[in-house]
Design a protein around this ligand. Structure first.
Ligand code: NAD
Length: 465
C-alpha cells in the first residue's frame, strides 16, 4: 500500500488561509537553457530533459526482469511511498515575504528509516526528488546499511540569497516538514548546494520544536552536521573518499597504476573537490575541470588545492590562471583515463557519450548517465562504476554518524575511513562478481543486488495486512 501525502506548512494549516490540500505539485520548472553565456560551459545545454524518474525506472525494470523480481514487490518498489510538497513564506532582508516550494519524497523504508539528502537548486522538482529518493533506496540496499530512501530540498538558486535569508529559508522549511522527518523516521543530509552549516540549522530548528528533555537524544535527526554539533569526522570527504576507493579497486583489477593515470572532473563542489584532492594524492593527474561557471584544462596537471583556493574567491573555475578555457564539448573530449562526473544528472547522453575519450566513468554524481548514454558507453566498452555504488560513501558515513549519535560515541578518522573502505569495497566486489556471473553491466548488477536484498526483506516480513 502506498500513501501519497501532500502537506502544507503547518502555520498555513492552522490559519487555514490557503486550501488544505494543494493541487499536486508537479512543478515542471522550465529548464533555462538561455542563461548560459556562450563562453560558459553549457553542461546542460545539449540535454533535453527526460523524466529522471523514468530513467530510474528503466534501470530498475532491466534488473527486475533479469532477476525475475516478484511482481507484487515490483509494484511496491516502482512507486514512491510519500511525497511531501510544502509551500512556505519567508521574510526577506527587505522585509518582503517570498513564497518557496520544498519537497521531501520518501521512496521506501523497508530496510530502515528513510534517508537522503536535501538539495537547494532552481531545477529541483517533484520528478527529480522522486528519482533521487529511489536511487537512495537502492544505494542503501546495495551498501548493506539499514536505511530506506528519500530525497528533497528547496527549489531555489541559493546564490541569490544572503546567508541570513538562507538560514530563515532552511528553518522555515524544516518547520514546514514538521514530523515528516525524525531520527528514527527520515534523516536528511547534505546534497547539492547544502552543507554542514545548513545541517546545523536543520538540527537546531528540529530540536527547538521539541520538549527540552527530548533534545539531546534526537541529534541523529540529520547527518553531515559540523563535528562540534554532533557530526562525524570524515563525513565531509566521505563521498569523494568512497569514489576514490572504488577507482583504486578498479585500477587494481585492471592492473593499472594510478600513478600514471589522468582524470577529468565535472563539478568542483564538495564531492568533486575531494575526489580531486584524494586522487592526486595517489599520484593521478587532474587535467581538466568544469563547473557551472565554465571549464579549464591543463595537460601538465592542475593542482586541486590551488584550484580550490581560486574557486573560493571567484565562485567557480572560469578564468582559472592555471589552465586554458575549454567549453563543454572540448572538456568532455579531453583524452584521459578517468572521467568523474560530480555535478548534475543527465550529463552523459546518447550524444555526449560519443565525445568521451576515457577508459572509466566513475559516477560520483547521482544519475549523470541517461539510458541512451549508458548504451553508448557499453557499446564503446567504457567501464562504468555506477552511481549507487560509486557515491555510496556519503550515506555510509552518514550511517556511521547516526550510529555514533545513538550510542554517544565518537570515532576517530582512522576508524571511520577503515569502516567506510570495508563497506564500499565489499559492495564493489559484490557488483563486479554479480556482473561477471550474470554477464551483465555493472549498473544492472548493482540494481540486481539491491533488489535481491529488498525482495528477501519483503518476503520475510510479508505485506500488511
Ligand atoms: P555541490 O553543490 O557541493 O557541488 C556541485 C558542483 O557541480 C559545483 O562545482 C557546481 O558548480 C557544479 N555544477 C552545477 N551545475 C553544473 C552544470 N550544469 N555543469 C557543470 N557543473 C555544474 O554538490 P555536491 O554535494 O558536490 O554534489 C555533487 C553531486 O554528487 C550531486 O549529483 C549529488 O547528488 C551527488 N552526491 C553528493 C553527496 C554528498 O555527500 N554531498 C553524496 C552522494 C552523491
Amino acid at each position: 500500500m502506498t500513501i501519497k501525502v501532500e502537506t502544507v506548512d503547518r502555520l498555513d494549516a492552522v490559519d487555514n488561509k490557503r486550501p488544505r490540500k494543494p493541487t499536486p505539485q508537479v512543478c515542471e520548472t522550465a529548464r533555462d537553457e538561455t542563461d548560459h553565456d556562450a563562453m560558459l560551459v553549457p553542461a546542460q545545454a545539449a540535454t533535453t530533459r527526460n523524466s529522471l524518474y523514468e530513467n530510474v525506472l528503466a534501470q530498475f525494470d532491466k534488473a527486475a526482469d533479469i532477476m525475475q523480481l516478484d511482481p507484487n514487490i515490483r509494484k511496491i518498489l516502482a512507486s514512491t511511498e510519500n511525497e511531501i510538497v510544502a509551500h512556505f513564506p519567508v521574510k526577506m532582508n527587505n522585509n518582503e515575504v517570498e513564497m518557496f516550494t520544498g519537497y521531501r519524497v520518501q521512496h521506501n523504508d523497508a530496510l530502515g528509516p528513510f534517508k537522503g539528502g536535501l538539495r537547494y537548486h532552481p531545477q529541483l522538482d517533484i520528478d527529480e526528488a522522486r528519482a533521487l529518493a529511489a536511487w537512495m533506496t537502492f544505494k542503501c540496499a546495495l551498501a548493506g546499511i539499514p536505511f530506506g530512501g528519500a530525497k528533497g530540498g528547496v527549489q531555489i538558486d541559493p546564490s541569490k540569497y544572503s546567508v541570513t535569508e538562507l538560514e530563515r529559508i532552511t528553518r522555515r522549511f524544516v518547520f514546514a516538514l514538521g514530523d515528516n522527518i525524525g531520527p528514527e523516521y527520515d534523516i536528511p543530509a547534505p546534497d547539492m548546494n547544502t552543507n554542514a552549516q545548513i545541517m546545523a540549522w536543520i538540527l537546531d530548528t528540529y530540536l527547538s520544536t521539541m520538549p527540552p528533555h527530548e533534545r539531546q537524544r534526537n541529534i541523529h535527526v540529520v547527518t553531515g552536521k559540523p563535528v562540534a554539533a554532533g557530526g562525524s569526522v570524515g563525513r565531509d570527504k566521505a563521498t569523494g573518499q568512497g569514489v576514490v576507493y572504488c577507482i583504486e579497486k578498479w585500477a587494481q583489477d585492471r592492473k593499472l597504476s594510478l600513478n600514471d593515470a589522468t582524470f577529468i572532473l565535472q563539478g568542483f563542489g564538495n564531492v568533486g573537490s575531494w575526489v580531486a584532492r584524494l586522487l592526486t594524492k595517489l599520484g593521478a593527474k587532474l587535467i581538466a575541470v568544469s563547473d557551472v561557471t565554465g571549464g579549464t584544462r591543463n595537460r601538465d596537471g592542475i593542482d586541486p588545492d590551488d584550484l580550490l583556493r581560486y574557486v573560493k574567491v571567484h565562485g567557480g573555475v572560469l578564468k582559472y590562471p592555471g589552465g586554458e578555457f575549454v567549453d563543454n564539448i572540448m572538456f568532455m573530449q579531453t583524452a584521459a583515463n578517468i572521467f568523474v562526473p560530480a555535478a548534475m544528472e543527465n550529463q552523459i547522453t546518447g550524444e555526449s557519450a560519443r565525445w568521451l575519450n576515457v577508459d572509466l566513468v566513475a559516477e560520483a554524481a547521482n544519475g549523470p548517465t541517461d539510458p541512451d548514454g549508458d548504451a553508448i558507453l557499453q557499446q564503446r566498452k567504457i567501464d562504468v562504476i555506477p552511481d549507487i555504488l560509486c557515491n555510496a560513501g556519503g550515506v555510509i558515513v552518514s550511517y556511521f554518524e547516526w550510529l555514533q549519535n545513538k550510542r554517544s560515541e565518537f570515532w576517530d578518522l582512522e576508524e571511520v575511513d577503515f569502516k567506510l573502505q570495508k563497506k564500499i569495497m565489499s559492495a564493489y566486489g559484490n557488483v563486479r562478481d554479480k556482473a561477471r556471473e550474470l554477464g551483465i553491466d555493472r549498473r544492472t548488477a548493482a540494481f540486481v543486488l539491491a533488489l535481491e536484498r529488498l525482495e528477501r526483506t519483503y518476503k520475510d516480513r510479508g505485506i500488511f495486512p
